[in-house]
Ligand binder design. Structure first.
Ligand SMILES: [Zn+2]
Length: 317
């Protein structure tokens, strides 16, 4: 039977509904949860998070994919309580945001060791929660160049994806050639990989869209809402109109079944203030209305936010 792993158990792909495919319940650099300046009680985090997910659910949102991964504040028991409270399905990931956020213990591990860690979290459970990871996170370290550790993680992820059927999503779509080489060498079909953040302000000019799309990969416009129009935009921000036009170009060029969109927002940031005024609900409050204004058909919107993510997240055997 077709299924997708959520923190409250496997569900049928038809139950996902609209999917926010790259989001964060709370993201911070490794160790930030121990910082006395930033430490938040479970109650504070809960208060910051639940209203955002309730609103997402009220708008019709079905599933929230948490892209936080190991070492960056992932907290499965907490996710389970939030999912039960709000009715939003939460898909948790195994893997790492990038080699430079993997703690030394994992940074020194072999491909085989990392692969077994990912497979365990997908098939047995994350820690003692019995929740199964539904996707694998990998990423490019700072500097826009794949490092040896990044490549080791990509290779371990490719092997774990082939063994378990879960897909992979990436932090950054830059320096994609070495990543494509690893996936090809391992025999992983590229439609199992979402190359994320192809739309952010700092990656422009560094994303080989042709190689990603030509190889059958999926492309993530998943930093929607980090707009330079915000009162205090982040360094990876971009003009709203420019991002939207970039997205529309790819959609209209015949790649609609390869695109996925999300907001990469933090419900309750860990160890940093986050970006004020930006939430997962940008998808409903700005992005979908923008697409309608541009004459994008409802069927296409459904394809991008419902059908594509269901196809991507369904365990493939
Ligand atoms: Zn992210």
């Amino acid at each position: 039977m077709s299924r997708v792993n959520t923190v409250l158990g496997p569900i049928a792909p038809e139950e996902l509904g609209l999917v926010a495919v790259h989001e964060h319940i709370g993201y911070g650099m490794p160790g930030s949860e121990l910082d006395t300046q930033w430490w938040k009680t479970p109650e504070q985090r809960y208060e910051e998070t639940v209203p955002k997910l309730r609103r997402f659910h009220q708008y019709g949102g079905g599933t929230f994919v948490d892209a936080t991964g190991i070492c960056n504040g992932r907290d499965i028991d907490y996710y389970k309580s939030i999912s039960a409270k709000t009715g939003v399905h939460i898909v948790a990931c195994t893997g790492f945001v990038g080699g430079d956020t993997a703690l030394r213990f994992f940074a020194e591990a072999s491909v085989d060791y990392l692969m077994r860690q990912f497979v365990h979290e997908i098939t047995v459970g994350i820690g003692d929660t019995a929740s199964l990871a539904g996707i694998i996170k990998v990423g490019v370290s700072r500097g826009f160049r794949m490092k040896e550790l990044d490549l080791r993680i990509y290779r371990a992820a490719a092997r774990a994806a082939l063994l378990t059927g879960v897909p992979i999503f990436t932090h950054l779509a830059v320096d994609v050639e070495p990543a494509l080489a690893v996936f090809t060498e391992e025999g992983l079909p590229l439609d199992r990989v979402l190359f994320g953040h192809a739309d952010d302000g700092v990656s422009q000019g560094r994303v080989n869209e042709k190689a990603i799309l030509g190889g059958g990969g999926r492309i993530g416009f998943d930093t929607f809402g980090y707009d330079l129009e915000l009162p205090d935009p982040p360094f990876w921000g971009r003009h709203r109109r420019e991002r939207l036009e970039h997205f529309l170009r790819v959609v209209r060029d015949g790649h609609v079944d390869q695109v996925l969109a999300s907001a990469d927002a933090n419900c309750s940031p860990l160890g940093w203030p986050g970006v004020q005024g930006h939430t997962v609900n940008y998808i409903y409050e700005q992005l979908i209305p923008d697409l309608r204004d541009e004459g994008i058909a409802e069927a296409t919107i459904h394809r991008i936010f419902v059908e594509n993510p269901a196809d991507f997240l369904t365990l493939r055997h």
